[in-house]
Design a protein around this ligand. Structure first.
Ligand SMILES: [Zn+2]
Ligand SMILES: [Zn+2]
Ligand SMILES: [Zn+2]
Length: 261
């Protein structure tokens, strides 16, 4: 089925510490450029009336208020690290407003972690039955391509250090946060992209994330029409680094919206 046009909204583009970092007075952390202020990484994918959130960053409430987001139809989880999960309780606002159950898609391990850390949000938990004021969530383990409304979603296995995690492809768009390697067996899933969003962390190499240079090499191999780097640290000054990137590659920033035809 053809993919409807997508709007991608960057809710957050920061690494796990966020930028500014607690206790740091470096130039980027003190910068007045709003593009140097990064909440933890998450995006919203909009297609027609559907709002699909990728990850629930610790600042989900702030991100949703900033962007006047009032509905989330489904969440895709990439992995279970705190910077991608710990805003999950804020989903209750959407559940209450629309009296709905929100489906969470992700690998079984990730969903198991969520159920263990936040048991009260799931079916038949005693607390949930007694309190209406909680998120109401349901789990949908990802075992291969699946569909949400009109969207065909392809999970893309990645390596985050030694840990296997998921990126996602929808139509000609792919979101690959938190990765240090794209396994050869995933390359064919990333052919013919219009827009690629990929982890670019910082200038220096890191054990579990692509550096800016490694991310640019991955982009050169996959050849999307345009690419955006995300999950950035305070070692990245937006204006200086963005100006030095190769053609077709840009830094993402909180609040950036892009269209993917
Ligand atoms: Zn992360
Ligand atoms: Zn700093
Ligand atoms: Zn991570």
């Amino acid at each position: 089925m053809p993919c409807p046009p997508l709007e991608i909204l960057f809710l957050g583009t920061g690494t796990s510490h966020g930028v500014p970092m607690i206790g740091c007075d470096c130039e980027v952390c003190r910068s007045a450029d709003p593009r140097n202020q990064r909440t933890r990484s998450s995006i919203l994918i909009r297609a027609d009336d559907l709002n699909v959130l990728v990850d629930t960053a610790p600042e989900l409430r702030l991100q949703a208020v900033r962007e006047r987001l009032d509905r989330v139809d489904a969440v895709l989880f990439t992995h279970d690290h705190a910077d991608h999960l710990h805003g999950i309780d804020d989903l209750r606002a959407f559940c209450q407003k629309h009296q709905m159950l929100i489906p969470l898609h992700g690998e079984s391990r990730t969903l198991q972690t969520i159920c263990r850390r936040w048991p009260y949000m799931f079916q038949d938990h005693e607390f949930r039955l007694r309190h209406l004021n909680v998120a109401r969530l349901t789990t949908r383990p990802v075992e291969g391509p699946f569909r949400i409304g009109e969207l065909d979603i392809v999970p893309v296995p990645l390596l985050h250090g030694k840990e296997p995690i998921l990126g996602y492809r929808i139509g000609n768009f792919a979101y690959l946060t938190d990765c240090s390697e794209i396994p050869e067996s995933s390359i064919h899933l990333l052919r013919g992209l219009d827009t690629l969003v990929i982890d670019g962390l910082r200038p220096r190499p890191h054990l579990t994330h692509f550096s800016l240079g490694q991310a640019c090499l991955a982009v050169a191999r996959l050849r999307p029409r345009q690419a955006f780097l995300t999950h950035l640290t305070h070692n990245v000054d937006h204006a200086a680094v963005d100006a030095a990137l190769p053609p077709g590659v840009r830094l993402a920033y909180d609040g950036l919206r892009i269209l993917c035809p």
